[in-house]
Design a binder for this molecule. Sequence first.
Ligand code: GLN
Length: 235
Amino acid sequence: MTTLRVAALYPELMNIYADRGNIAILRARCEWRGLGFELASASIGDELDPHAHDLLYIGGGQDRDQVAVSQDMASGKRDALHVAADRGAVVLAVCGGYQLLGHSYQLGDQTLPGVGLVDLHTVREDGPRLIGNCAIESGLGVIAGFENHGGRTYLGPDEQPLGRVLSGHGNNGEDGLEGVRRGNVVGTYLHGPLLPKNAWLADRLIALALGVELEPLDDRLEDAAHGSARRAAGL
Ligand code: GLN
């Protein structure tokens, strides 16, 4: 049986705004199609096998939890994440997890290390948190969700965003860009959780991770949830 093997990174620390719902949707959409689903976790001090997972997931987190997570990730999981991404595993990172995919997250006089999977950095600048419903045009389709971040993220010159902001703040409230996408590595500020509000995106990620085409499901409820998230963002 074809099985999606998922690793959740730091699930007990990086799961703000019900971000664990992303895992529930991946599981449901595999099982509804008769695909296998395996879930492993790797938290502080755990080894990460770079060959054992098709999709690696990290959710959002509070600044204080990101301090411990960033150190463990950069010292103990950086190489494994690079090897996994190089062999085409999907890496999905939301908000606090997204920030840690880059080079660094600067919090006042403290600089948290990132794993450098993508060329970006994040700074906790003065100014309000960037909060609200958000929708982006991603090239794959419209992604709708909710953002709440103090950090502002800046992409390097050759890095591509996940999408362009249609409504909301995005990476930094200024350049109109949201998230990052480099091959199968996807980072975004959007909670909701992300995948329950954008079930079509869950399918794209499963298909990328497994290298298969997926049969459609009856998505009336999922499409209604997506429509409601779009309307909440003013589309
Ligand atoms: N703590 C980070 C910030 O405020 C990320 C927040 C989050 O994951 N929602 O920027």
